[in-house]
Design a protein around this ligand. Structure first.
Ligand SMILES: [Zn+2]
Length: 298
């Protein structure tokens, strides 16, 4: 018989960064592996069973699949908000963990042969960023991401030939503007990711500064190529439509200073997929834009 006082806190990441939702950036605009730093699991041992609690410390939605490398029988899988897991799903099915939700998952299991006892089987985790079940609100139009009265040239649009060719960026716009131009949120949401450490002289995609904002429908707004230390927001901040996010730049793989903006969502794979979206003018009416021409915020 094991007492319930035994409690372990397992840090999945070898070099976890602790509370705060911070994580190490890798390949933008998303990197599931980086999220190992924002997941914690803890284990309790009531009687002959073992309970695992998984907590998502980030502000983002994450799909997680624990895999248990042991011969165990899952007695029950319970709780949990929005949870559709059953014992048969363990080791096979991704499950949604909403951001900043403690004890989001509870798995109770026993070993097939023996009561649970040390050494404890530690699961490993696969991640997907975002909620594949999210659906873009088709009624939403996006505010132009720079100050009213200004205009800048569109240098690449959807399916553009320079770099908007794959699902991660095909529904994106590039807007040429000087380094340091104030960038505003196209839509309200919560800041879930900020990278701002790379200089404007950087040249690879992995060196892109960006801000990613989670919208209320589970989609994201991505604002990329920002200048070094060019974010005025932090992970966890709520931003309103038109609110100042930071300053544009030339970080990452670019052919000149510009803002890259896209709307994206999870498609259930490792990287977010961009999706079609539309701008609106100050009156709220849909406006179109054309490659090679100025986009004016009026
Ligand atoms: Zn772009």
């Amino acid at each position: 018989m094991f007492q319930a006082l035994i409690h372990l806190l397992l840090n999945i990441a070898a070099a976890g960064t602790g509370e705060g939702g911070k994580h190490t950036p890798c390949e933008p605009p998303d990197c599931p592996d980086a999220y190992k730093d924002v997941i914690r699991d803890s284990v309790d041992f009531p009687d002959a069973s073992m309970d695992i609690y998984i907590t998502n410390l980030s502000y983002d939605n994450i799909m997680i699949k624990p895999t248990f490398h042991d011969s165990i029988t899952f007695k029950k899988v319970k709780k949990i908000k929005d949870m559709t897991w059953s014992p048969a799903d363990v080791n096979t099915k991704f499950m949604k963990l909403e951001g900043r939700t403690a004890n989001n998952l509870l798995v109770t299991f026993t070993r097939t042969a023996d009561p649970v006892k040390p050494p404890f089987p530690s699961p490993t985790y696969d991640f997907i960023i975002g909620d594949p079940g999210a659906s873009h609100d088709s009624g939403v139009l996006y505010k132009i991401p720079f100050a009213k009265g200004k205009k800048f040239k569109v240098t690449q649009g959807f399916n553009g030939s320079f770099s908007h060719r794959t699902k991660t960026n095909k529904h994106a716009i590039d807007i040429e503007m000087p380094i340091g131009t104030t960038i505003c949120a196209c839509r309200a949401g919560t800041v879930v990711d900020v990278v701002e450490k790379f200089p404007d002289t950087s040249t690879t995609e992995a060196e892109t500064n960006y801000i990613r904002i989670l919208h209320s429908d589970g989609t994201y707004g991505i604002y990329a190529h920002l200048t070094q230390n060019g974010s005025d927001v932090a992970i966890g901040d709520d931003v309103s439509e038109g609110g100042i996010l930071g300053r544009s730049g030339n970080s990452g793989k670019t052919n000149g200073p510009h803002l890259h903006f896209a709307v994206a969502k999870s498609d259930g794979s490792k990287y977010l997929a961009t999706i079609p979206w539309k701008f609106k003018d100050s009156s709220g009416a849909e406006i179109s834009w054309t490659f090679g021409q100025d986009l004016e915020h009026n």
